[in-house]
Structures are given as C-alpha cells and as structure tokens.
Design a protein around this ligand. Structure first.
Ligand SMILES: O=C(O)CCC(=O)C(=O)O
Ligand SMILES: [Fe+2]
Length: 316
C-alpha cells in the first residue's frame, strides 16, 4: 500500500456564490484576483458553490449504474481522439483500480444524448436530462473562470472568440477499493492537457496536488459544494507560463468506492499566446499551438518522459 501525505487544506478555497459573481461588482473584481493568484501559485482552487444536492445524487447514482453495464457495452464508448473514450483498467496504462468513460461535446444535448443512447439503446431519459443539466452547469462555471482570468490579465477582447472555439469532454471515473496488499494508486501523477479541468466527486477523497513551491503532496478535502478548478497544460502555454499546471494523482483508501467527474475544456484549432502576456518579466515561452496536436503529442510514447508536454511540444 502507498501512504497518504499531508492533509493540510492548503489549496485556496474561493467563494463562488451568486453574490460574488456579478460581473463588474466589487466582489467580482476581488474574486477575479483570488482566482488568478490561486491559478498562478497552485494551478488550482476549490470553487465553493451553492450545489444542487438532488442533481449530485442523480449523477453519482447514474454513474454507478453506468459502470455496472456489461464490459462489451462500455467498450462501445470509443473516440478517434486519445483519452476521449472508455478506459478500462488495462489500457492505455495499467491502473487496476480505475475505469472511466468519455463523453464528447458534453455541453450540448446531442453529445450527451448520443452517449446515453449508446449505453442504453432502449433509453434512459432521466439520466440523459440530469447529465445534460450537470454538464451545462459545470461548463458555465468553466466559462466564468475563463472570463475572470481573461479580465484579470486585461485580455478580455479575446474571450468571445476563445469561447466560440471551446468544446467540452466529460469524463466519469470509478475507482474501486484496493484489495489487501494491492497498490492504492487510482491515477498516476500527471498534468492535464486541457485548458481547464473542473473536478467533482462523491464523498470519497483521494485527489492530491503537488505544491509548486516545495513539491510536497497536498491531499484535497472536498465538501459536497466543492468543485476543483484546475489549469491544464494548454492554459499554462496560453498564459505564457504565468499559470501553473499542477501535477496531481489519485490515491485510494478506505472502504467506499470513489466516483468522480472531470469536465475538460479543449480548443478547436490553434491557441495563440496573447501579446499582452509577453513582457520583460515573461519573455515569449510558447509558440501558437494546436490544442489537439498537444494531446496527440502527449499520447505518443516518446513524450512520456518529458517533464513539460507544452514545453516540448510548442516551447520557443
Ligand atoms: O478522479 C479525480 O479526481 C482526478 C482524475 C484526473 O486527474 C483526470 O482524469 O485527469
Ligand atoms: Fe488529471
């Protein structure tokens, strides 16, 4: 068995209640600067929201049923993009505790509906509705965070075109309980290749983030209202290295299975580094890059040992 490291609640928690999120209000400006500071220092923060408990229950109960489907049904969740389809515990990494699905175009009803139809050909209307409501809500949160970040750097003029090219992938994860003597690694240490990732979980903790300043592992304590907003390698490159893309992993302990969701934002096409983010303190570090190109590059074996995928793929 592995061991659990520091549990100090060091990742900043930021109040995302409605009254803090009225654009241009004093609280909005304050929240923007907290968001930016957290992303630069930790690469992530816990957004504390007024969460919908009923919807949460519906999603995690629905996920349980989804993972209980026969393997041959689950294997129908395929994609031409790497890490976008069903991953069982054998491929592409050997992760005995992990299984996950990928739902492309997750913020569109058609995307969710075509996934649900594939899994339940005779229909599962309620889950389809709930899943869409959930992805809609989390994708709105992603847009809000993006707006805050763009405003905070004074590059809001690029926001609309950026959003117009954004697409979402929802991954649903299940981590089973390790057996006696079995390793407790649910997900190996990695950085995400997304622009942003928004993570949520059932009541079971296990996600750890590597601190930027001294490399120690910080165990995250979610409450039912917490969503972890994390920057991926695409955001690191877009921000010209100002925003940190945190290494993270999942360790599983305890007696309850862990279910989590991750909404990944991707950009269709090329991401340009805004001129405004290049100056003497931050000379240009990255060339414009194709976001799916970055993901494809990472999926190739030669990149496995590279400490920074963005640096290797599109570094100046
Ligand atoms: O399950 C989690 O909390 C994290 C999963 C993760 O890091 C990923 O899918 O990239
Ligand atoms: Fe991740």
């Amino acid at each position: 068995m592995g061991f659990r490291s520091s549990k100090k609640p060091e990742v900043p928690a930021i109040n995302f209640s409605i009254e803090n999120l009225r654009p241009k209000s004093t609280k909005w400006v304050e929240t923007c600067s907290h968001v930016r500071a957290a992303l630069e220092e930790y690469g992530c923060f816990l957004a504390e929201c007024e969460n919908n408990v009923e919807l949460d229950d519906a999603i995690f109960n629905g996920l349980e049923k989804l993972f209980d489907l026969p393997l041959e049904t689950k294997m129908k969740n395929v994609s031409d993009k790497p890490y976008h389809g069903f991953l069982d515990h054998r491929a592409p990494f050997v992760l005995p505790l992990h299984e996950s699905f990928g739902i492309e175009n997750a913020a569109s009803f058609e995307g969710v509906e075509s996934f649900v139809k594939l899994m339940w050909p005779s229909g599962n209307h309620h889950f389809c509705e709930d899943l869409f409501a959930y992805t809609k809500m989390v994708s709105e949160m992603e847009k809000l965070v993006k707006r805050m970040v763009f405003e905070s750097y004074g590059v809001e003029k690029y926001y609309d075109s950026h959003i117009a090219s954004t697409t979402y992938l929802l991954r649903g994860m299940k981590y089973r309980i390790p057996e006696m003597g079995e390793q407790n690694i649910g997900a190996e240490a990695h950085t995400d290749k997304s622009f942003f990732t928004i993570l949520h979980q059932n009541g079971v903790n296990g996600l750890e983030i590597k601190a930027k300043k001294d490399d120690h592992w910080i165990g995250l304590q979610f409450n039912p209202n917490s969503f972890l907003v994390m920057a991926g390698d695409a955001c690191l490159a877009w921000s010209n290295g100002r925003i940190h893309s945190a290494t993270h992993r999942v360790l599983i302990e305890g007696s309850k299975e862990r279910y989590s969701t991750a909404l990944f934002s991707y950009h269709k096409g090329v991401i340009e580094i805004p001129d405004e983010l290049v100056d003497e303190q931050f000379p240009l570090k990255f060339n414009p890059f194709n976001h799916y190109g970055l993901l494809g590059y990472f999926s190739k074996e030669e990149c496995e040992k590279t400490p920074s995928t963005a640096g290797a793929y599109c570094g100046v």
